[in-house]
Design a protein around this ligand. Structure first.
Ligand SMILES: *Cc1c(COP(=O)(O)O)cnc(C)c1O
Length: 443
């Protein structure tokens, strides 16, 4: 399979280049050249297939023989080694729990798949690969756990000192082995600026093989299409299914669009956001106004300029450079995706309502999804709706406990982190000390 840039369909690269580069030089985003319908055999076999097998069949379908079949199978089975159960609230409403991986958020799927794919393509290379990532919290944890002990790959995570939660910090700083944390005395933007400088430093890149594990990497999107089919399988026959997706950068939603292109029957996609409502606004008005993000309760969705929007447009036939207002893409996208946005106060009410009505603890991101699903289903009775629960509620423990007025359970694997020893290297906000540290370590 070849991958093209959303900015230039004629610019095509192979899988290895797409994943190691992350971003095309023209600043577009990589997209698979073709996303065909899965063969009928897949749909016939689906009810009896395991989650890992679903992942393998989709990977084989999308990637062809880019990775030899036996290796691809081993890689997918290793990455998808935890479940994504569908929990029933009532006959109309369901929750797809995507938080059963090591960092308790859906980003584990992308990080685990990407690390193993990179590990595969890196095998022949004698020089180690150094992955540099800046994190404001969540991505770093998933990347650290995903790449932990991957042979030939070192991970260096830059995070802003004092600006991530205690448990988030422990997820970055307690693994050891090939995972290293640099504690930057600045903001997330400072961390990102240092990473950018490293990638622009030709001399450094001659001496060290650098790559990124950015959320826009196409290899993170592919495994996110697996769980749409897994949910569909678990639901079985019945009323049409709508998927409601709490969204920030819209990676999850874009993966759903890919699943639909591969033949998944979807009644509707519902894009649910907090006050950062750039996409719902676009869907209703046709005007796209990216703007600085505002801080909310569902902070993993505080995104003012969603990185996957270019992919969503592209999937609906938008040709880059054309005026968005006159583009057919808006009409096409609005047929498939409905958008809703909610403030923090109603989101808190929703967390309480889900607990009271269904005895289910939903996190603030999932609660935004619950509100959107209800609003959409009022107009579309006789449907089944699945809310993607993007993180375990204990990741947002202080807020959820305050909202519910009671303590909530923390899964063992998160709770035990508290007692592990933090190991990090403190740095200022300048690039030079980071550069020196990298060269001392990796040359
Ligand atoms: C990353 C994240 C989101 C947003 O997902 P996108 O794919 O960027 O839209 C939502 N909820 C949680 C908990 C997240 O970590």
């Amino acid at each position: 399979m070849k991958f093209y840039s959303t900015n230039n369909p004629d610019h095509k690269v192979d899988l290895a280049e797409a994943i190691f580069r992350g971003l095309p030089a023209d600043k577009g985003l990589y997209m698979p050249e073709r996303v065909d319908r899965l063969p009928q055999q897949f749909f016939d076999d689906l009810p009896a297939m395991s989650f890992a097998e679903i992942g393998f069949q989709i990977s084989k379908h999308l990637l062809g023989d880019d990775v030899p079949e036996t290796e691809l199978k081993a890689l997918v089975y290793e990455a998808i080694n935890f479940p994504a159960p569908v929990v029933k609230l009532d006959e109309q409403r369901y929750v797809l729990e995507l938080f059963h991986g090591p960092s308790l958020a859906f980003k584990d799927f992308g990080a685990r798949f990407m690390s193993r794919l990179m590990g595969h393509f890196n095998k022949e290379n004698k020089r180690e690969l150094v992955i540099l990532v800046a994190t404001s919290g969540d991505t770093g944890g998933a990347v650290a756990a995903g790449f932990y002990q991957t042979p030939g790959i070192e991970v260096v995570i830059l995070y802003p000192k004092g600006k991530v939660s205690l448990l988030q910090e422990k997820q970055l700083t307690t693994l050891g082995h090939n995972i290293h944390a640099l504690e930057i005395d600045g903001t997330f933007d400072d961390c990102q600026a240092i990473v950018k400088q490293a990638f622009l430093d030709e001399d450094l890149r001659k001496q060290i093989r650098l790559s990124s594990a950015n959320s826009i990497n196409i290899s993170r999107l592919i495994p996110q299409s697996f769980y749409y089919f897994e949910a569909y399988k678990q639901l079985g026959a019945g009323a049409p299914v709508a998927f409601c997706i709490p969204s920030g950068n819209f990676g999850n939603l874009t993966a759903g669009l890919l699943a639909m292109k591969m033949g998944l029957p979807v009644r509707q996609f519902i894009a649910a956001t907090n006050g950062n409502d750039v996409v719902p606004e676009y869907l209703t008005t046709g005007t796209y106004r990216p703007r600085p993000s505002v801080a909310t309760l569902s902070n993993a969705m505080d995104v003012g300029s969603p990185s996957n929007f270019a992919r969503m447009l592209n999937l609906h036939g938008h040709v880059d450079g054309k005026d968005l207002r006159t583009s057919l893409a808006h009409a096409e996208m609005s047929k498939v995706v409905s958008g809703y946005a909610y403030g923090d106060a109603v989101t808190e009410d929703a967390v309480r309502e889900v607990k009271a009505k269904f005895d289910y603890v939903i996190d603030p991101h999932g609660a935004v999804g619950y509100l959107a699903l209800n609003d959409w289903q009022r107009q579309h009775p006789g449907t089944r709706g699945v809310i993607l629960e993007t993180a375990h509620p204990s990741k947002f423990k202080p807020d959820v406990e305050r909202i519910l007025g009671q303590s909530i359970e923390v899964p063992e694997r998160l709770a035990e982190l508290e007692f592990r020893e933090k190991v990090s290297t403190e740095m200022g906000v300048d690039f030079q000390p980071v550069r020196k540290w990298l060269l001392e370590r990796y040359t």
